[in-house]
Structures are given as structure tokens and as C-alpha cells.
Write a protein of this length. Structure first.
Length: 408
């Protein structure tokens, strides 16, 4: 019997928040199992919705403030103060996210993380002892240079002139003057919740892997990659501790390289789920489930590399719980995500992306209903075991014949 269903999705990028996705799935569950207990656990990965989710989970609050957005214009942004009162959560997507970059202005060589530094500065002003920066859904590729500039670092070219904002400028970086960095950074615990698979440089560097998604042309990718290589070299020499690997260290490529910039300031880069999910008591809630439903925009070979459905499935399997994954699209490798017992696409028929995004909530609810009805039907079918050949002795007894005596 399916008496308790845990719904633990991530958001669908630029379409549904994690909360909206959870509500849509729950509506589908209740069409089929109106009496079931549905436990909603919208999950965050450091990207959009992280600050609100953690503030809600801990009895904290959001602090709203103006800040510099990714294209240099002022936006209304926010960070969270958790219920403990001494920890702030800075969600980089709330001030430098891709959703804040108009589609006709998507150029990761020009966007900036300056606003992230402004939010950190505001959290310092409030006397926070700990600042957690959530990385994800970024629209930037400046290595965190903008954040450091907002916090007082001076990025200089060969002539001693300060560089403008944007990752494209990093190719001209000659020296960093860290003397103006806010001294309070040394007195606060700075944590970064990130995907450890993302690194700053090399063939799997952040500019090559994510630059095209943010609007970079092939030429832009090469320019940004070279700039981040230079950024890592100068940042290591002028700011970071000598043993810090800013080029290939786990998480250094998070949010267009913001991980590397903050690591140079002494931040600890931590696997995001270790940092974020403990606030939600996820393991204990999964252990009580009869069925776990998770979801994301795309389920494919990238899902096991730090995506929400893979983490949910991994944890659910610690308690031997069945897992259904729903997705906007099912790509190569969707059937092979460890721990996922079944996956189901939400599109009932081909449609253009704009329509699918507009109707995402409706489509997710309907898909949940279809998948769950199949699951319920399966529980009602008799277990059909394949026929087994009877041994000769049994066949002889049933047929009433006797075996010939042995020849001695």
C-alpha cells in the first residue's frame, strides 16, 4: 500500500521553482491516492530558491535589498538570516542568476558577480558569524572577480588601471591589490555550497561546460577560458594561500568560477547537499516513505554529477525505498541514474519549448497522475512467475507411467 509519498523535486530552470514543482506533483498524487499522506520536500541545490527554502525550514527570514545585477543594473535582491540568527545565506542566483539576464543580453563575458559581494558585505554589516553562499543557476563567468571587487579588492592592468566588470576583462589582469578587502572577512566563517564536479580550468572547465548555456559563442568560450586561466594564476599569486588549487580544486568552477574567487578569500568549498539538506531532515523523512518521487527539468547522463534526483535516489536507497523520477526531458542516460527505479517524461505530445515551460505545472501534475496510475495497477496484478520445466520423475508420476527398471 502507498500510504506515504515523499515528493522531493528540484526546480525546473526558468520555469518552476522547487516549491511549485512539489505542489504540482502533489496534486497529481492526490488524484490517484486521495487518502495518502504526501510529504513535500522541495529541494534546493544552491541555486534559485535556496535562501527562501532555508529561511522557511529554520524559522528565519529574508532580508531584501537593492544590489548590482549581472548586467550592471540595480535589481531587488535578498539574502536569508537563518533561525539561529548568526548565519546568513547568500543565494548568488538572486543577484547574478541567469534568469536576471534578458535573453537578448546573454553574454557571460560581460556579466558580473559584483552583487554577490554586495550581499556578503551587507551580511557582514549585520554581524553574521557565518555566511553560506549558495552556488547555482548563475549567469556569469567572471571567476568571482566582481564579488572581490565589491569587497574591496582592486584588479589592475599593466598600467595600474582598474579593470571594468566582467569575465572578458580577466585576460588583461596583471595584478590584484588585496589591501582594501574588508577585514571582517577574516573573522567570519565563509562557506560555499557547490557542485564539487565543477572546476575552473581545463577541458572540463566552467567556461567550456557552461559558457554556451549562458550565451557564449565558440570564440567567447576560448576567450573566457584563457581569462580564467590568467585569473587563477594572478589570484593564487596575489591573494590565495599557496596550497589552494584554484584551477582544478573541487567546486572552483561553481557559478562561473565564483567558487575560486571565494576560495581565495579563505572560503571552504563544500558539496552542496552536505551543507543544504541537513536543514530539511531529508533522510529521516525518506526512511518513512512508501514511495519517493523526485523531478528535474532534464534527466540524463549529467544527473549523477551532483543533481537533485541522483542525491534523492542515493539517500532513498539507503532505506530501500522505491524512487520515481519525473523530468521535462529524458536524455541519454536517463534510464541509468543509480537508485532511480523508473523515470517518466512529462510531455504527452511534442510541443515547442515556450509552451512546455508555460504549461509546466499542468504537465507535471498530469504526468504524475499517469505514472502513479501505472504503479497502482502494477500493485494489483498477480505475480506471474515464468513456467518451469518439471523434472522427469515428477512428469512420470503425474502421467501415471513408471520409469523402466535399470538394466543391471
Amino acid at each position: 500500500m502507498l500510504n506515504r509519498v515523499v515528493v522531493a523535486p528540484s526546480g525546473f530552470k526558468e520555469s518552476l521553482s522547487a516549491e511549485a514543482a512539489a505542489d504540482a506533483i502533489a496534486a497529481g498524487v492526490r488524484r490517484v491516492l486521495p487518502e495518502a499522506e504526501v510529504d513535500l520536500i522541495p529541494l534546493v541545490d544552491g541555486g534559485e530558491g535556496t535562501a527562501l527554502a532555508l529561511a522557511t525550514a529554520t524559522g528565519g527570514r529574508l532580508v531584501t535589498m537593492p544590489a548590482t545585477g549581472p548586467i550592471g543594473e540595480t535589481v531587488v535582491s535578498h539574502f536569508a538570516v537563518l533561525g539561529s540568527g548568526d548565519t546568513a545565506v547568500v543565494e548568488m542566483a538572486a543577484v547574478a542568476g541567469l534568469s536576471l539576464v534578458p535573453r537578448d543580453l546573454r553574454d557571460p563575458g560581460a556579466t558580473t558577480t559584483f552583487g554577490v559581494g554586495e550581499l556578503i558585505y551587507a551580511a557582514l554589516d549585520m554581524g553574521m558569524k557565518r555566511i553560506l553562499v549558495g552556488c547555482g543557476d548563475s549567469g556569469t563567468s567572471d571567476g568571482g572577480a566582481g564579488a572581490l571587487q565589491a569587497l574591496g579588492a582592486r584588479l589592475l592592468d599593466r598600467d595600474g588601471m582598474e579593470l571594468p566588470l566582467g569575465g572578458r576583462e580577466l585576460n588583461r589582469l596583471h595584478r590584484i591589490d588585496p589591501s582594501g578587502l574588508d577585514h571582517r572577512l577574516a573573522q567570519v566563517e565563509l562557506l560555499v555550497a557547490c557542485n564539487p564536479y565543477n572546476v575552473l580550468c581545463g577541458e572540463r572547465g566552467v567556461a567550456r561546460v557552461f559558457g554556451p548555456q549562458k550565451g557564449a559563442t565558440p570564440e567567447d568560450v576560448e576567450e573566457l577560458s584563457a581569462g580564467l586561466e590568467n585569473w587563477a594564476f594572478v589570484l593564487t599569486r596575489d591573494v590565495a594561500a599557496s596550497d589552494t588549487d584554484l584551477r582544478y580544486g573541487p567546486g572552483t568552477g561553481a557559478s562561473g568560477g565564483l567558487g575560486a574567487g571565494l576560495a581565495a578569500l579563505g572560503a571552504r568549498l563544500l558539496p552542496r547537499f552536505e551543507v543544504l539538506l541537513d536543514h530539511l531532515a531529508l533522510d529521516a523523512r525518506l526512511a518513512r516513505a512508501d514511495l519517493v518521487i523526485t523531478a528535474e527539468g532534464a534527466l540524463d547522463h549529467q544527473t549523477p554529477r551532483g543533481k537533485v534526483p541522483a542525491e534523492v535516489a542515493r539517500r532513498a536507497k539507503l532505506y530501500d525505498r522505491p524512487v520515481l523520477a519525473l523530468a521535462g526531458t529524458l536524455g541519454e542516460g536517463a534510464q541509468d541514474v543509480p537508485g532511480v527505479d523508473a523515470c517518466h517524461g512529462i510531455l504527452p505530445a511534442p510541443m515547442i519549448l515556450a509552451e512546455a515551460m508555460t504549461r509546466a505545472s499542468e504537465l507535471l501534475t498530469d504526468a504524475t497522475e499517469r505514472a502513479l496510475r501505472m504503479i497502482v495497477l502494477g500493485t494489483r496484478l498477480p505475480l506471474m512467475l515464468p513456467p518451469q520445466a518439471s523434472p522427469p520423475e515428477a512428469h512420470a508420476e503425474v502421467s501415471g507411467t513408471q520409469r523402466p527398471s535399470s538394466v543391471r
